[in-house]
Design a protein around this ligand. Structure first.
Ligand SMILES: Nc1ncnc2c1ncn2[C@@H]1O[C@H](COP(=O)(O)OP(=O)(O)OP(=O)(O)O)[C@@H](O)[C@H]1O
Length: 312
């Protein structure tokens, strides 16, 4: 077994990380922190730069500028980086090998024995499939084996790229419980995903990127607060409706052909419009929708207008 000190989570720091491939600016001046003892969701749409960022963290891609540090050091500067950070990024399996054989080929490199191999197979629910060839594994089983690979050295830092991809609903709940348990032990757990809903029940902190730039970093609780409910209001004279709502001290944003009024319920907004003599075509209470907030942050980030939402 590796030394227990490896289990202590270290913080991860990204500072001014920048990388382009030819004409493609994959990551731009990206800075955020990932804290130990918490699960952090690293979110962004396809092609937003998540994998490139994680590859730079693991020293697989050289940044054009900036740093990515684990416990204050570059990954490669740790004496035994594979024992400090467990990462699923490079997980590739020989189809003719069994799950157990796959892990046994890796175990000497991270200084663990066969007993640990069976332990992690049990931890990811693959004990019964240990002697089956990986070529016949489902996507979900491959995800479990990738996770077993990252856990093998009992590392304090886990970096998981889209770990929920391919898992069935029961598998997603299982993964959530496992990641929460690993974080509760003090580990640093960084999980990428392009679907907030997939990791919403798992993460403590949220980092959102779009087109390689940071658009939001906060606790999940703060993001939920951002996703506050509002009243959707439309009519032939939006300017007059907006001013009627503002006179009551409610905040009003225009979104295309309708307004969003915050701080009031639909009934109050309807009464205010009536009192102002305004025709209303649409008046709806819209509940908090985290996924919608995520998509909005991404859209605003892509348009380069997200600065105000960046909390980190
Ligand atoms: N080795 C490379 N050569 C050229 N372009 C690359 C390379 N790696 C990434 N890119 C480009 O950088 C951008 C970011 O890609 P990246 O894979 O980091 O995004 P992602 O957020 O992980 O996407 P996904 O959710 O689809 O995995 C994309 O435009 C991609 O095409």
């Amino acid at each position: 077994m590796p030394a227990t000190q490896s289990r202590t989570g270290m913080s991860i720091e990204f500072r001014g990380l920048t990388k382009s491939f030819g004409g493609v600016q994959a990551v731009q001046d990206l800075s955020f922190d990932v804290a130990p003892g918490r699960v952090t969701g690293f979110l962004g749409p396809n092609g937003s730069g998540k994998t490139t960022t994680l590859r730079m963290l693991l020293g697989l891609v050289t940044p054009d500028a900036g740093t990515a540090l684990v416990g204050g050091r570059a990954y490669a500067d740790h004496p035994h980086p594979g024992r400090v950070v467990g990462a699923s990024l490079e997980a590739s399996f020989h189809p003719g090998r069994t799950a157990r054989a796959h892990l046994r080929t890796l175990s000497p490199h991270v200084g663990v024995g066969d007993a640990r191999v069976d332990e992690v197979l049990a931890q990811v629910g693959l004990s019964a499939a240990a002697e089956r060839k990986v070529g016949g594994f489902s996507l979900g089983m491959r995800q479990r084996l990738a996770l077993a690979t990252t856990l093998l050295a009992d590392p304090g830092v886990l970096v998981l790229d889209e770990p929920a991809n391919g898992l069935d609903p029961a598998g997603i709940i299982w993964l959530r419980d496992l990641l929460r348990f690993l974080a509760s032990e003090g580990r640093t757990v960084l999980v990428s995903s392009h679907v907030l809903a997939e990791v919403q029940a798992t993460v403590d902190d949220v980092v959102v990127i779009a087109e390689g730039r940071l658009v939001h970093a906060s606790s999940l609780a703060e993001m939920v607060h951002l996703a506050d409910s509002h009243v959707r209001l439309a009519g032939p004279d939006l300017a007059a409706l907006a001013s009627a709502a503002q006179q009551h001290g409610w905040s009003v944003d225009r979104h295309g052909d309708h307004l969003r009024v915050r701080g009031a319920r639909a009934a109050e907004v309807g009464s205010a419009a009536f009192a102002a003599g305004q025709v209303v075509h649409e008046l709806t209470d819209v509940g908090a929708n985290l996924e919608e907030t995520f998509l909005e942050l991404v859209a605003r980030g892509a348009a380069g207008t997200a600065g105000a939402e960046v909390a980190a």
